[in-house]
Write a protein that binds this ligand. Structure first.
Ligand SMILES: Nc1ncnc2c1ncn2[C@@H]1O[C@H](COP(=O)(O)OP(=O)(O)O)[C@@H](O)[C@H]1O
Ligand SMILES: [Mg+2]
Length: 205
């Protein structure tokens, strides 16, 4: 289905339903490197307690294979469309219909982010590649690998810069900690992209 800086995503079936299965690029490194392992479990734990129309739903996770050896995979609902593809499709529609669907996407993205912040979650990696669209046309945030809980401060939070530079707020680029405000900045860029279809920089990091 796609790939990001952390993993590859495959389509799978679970109890008859289509699901997305995310596997790290380097499962062995994940087993050995504490920071990577933490990011995998952080994503799973945070998704587990979130439930919102605009946030991908967690189905489950896999931490060992048939032989009992460690293997790390995250299973979520399958989302058929990337935001980028959805925006390309919208460009083909006539003005009124396009504005209506575009408005809905933008409003729901704001609602989804308000929900995350009300649950104390800072996403930290909001960008076009981390938004998918479901069959009913609702956008959903995916990729909670970098997210953090607002109340929890870790010693590495402000020293290790993680995310994607283009989408990052100026204070984060200067090494400041991520906050709800820095997520709002990234959402702002996303809305500008959606309104103007500005060309986005290539690449993940
Ligand atoms: N639930 C999903 N349904 C369909 N495709 C998905 C899903 N989750 C991720 N993808 C695809 O896989 C890509 C990488 O997933 P992501 O969770 O962002 O991984 P990473 O942490 O490596 O960035 C996404 O940009 C998207 O194209
Ligand atoms: Mg991603």
């Amino acid at each position: 289905m796609g790939k990001g800086g952390f993993g590859l995503v495959f389509q799978g079936k679970y109890k008859g339903a289509d699901v997305a299965v995310k596997e790290p690029h380097d499962p062995e490194a994940l087993h050995e490197e504490e920071a990577l392992k933490k990011s995998f479990f952080r994503e799973a734990k945070n998704l587990y307690r979130l439930s919102h129309r605009n946030v991908v739903a967690l189905v489950g996770g896999i931490v060992s294979d048939d032989c009992g050896d460690p293997c790390y995979m995250m299973v979520t609902e399958l989302l058929p469309q990337s935001l980028q593809k959805e925006m390309e499709i919208l460009q083909e529609l006539d003005g009124e219909e396009r504005c209506k669907r575009q408005d809905r996407l933008m409003i729901e993205l704001a609602e989804g982010l308000a929900y995350l912040h009300s649950a104390g979650i800072i996403h930290k990696d909001i960008k076009s590649q981390n938004v998918m669209v479901d069959t009913s046309g609702s956008p959903k945030y995916i990729d909670f690998g970098l997210c953090k809980q607002e109340q929890v401060t870790t010693s590495t939070a402000s020293t290790r810069l993680a995310g994607t530079l283009y989408w990052m707020s100026p204070e984060r680029k200067r090494g400041g900690a991520a906050s709800a405000k820095s997520d709002v900045y990234s959402l702002g860029l996303l809305l500008v992209y959606m309104l103007t279809m500005a060309k986005l920089p290539e690449g993940e990091e």
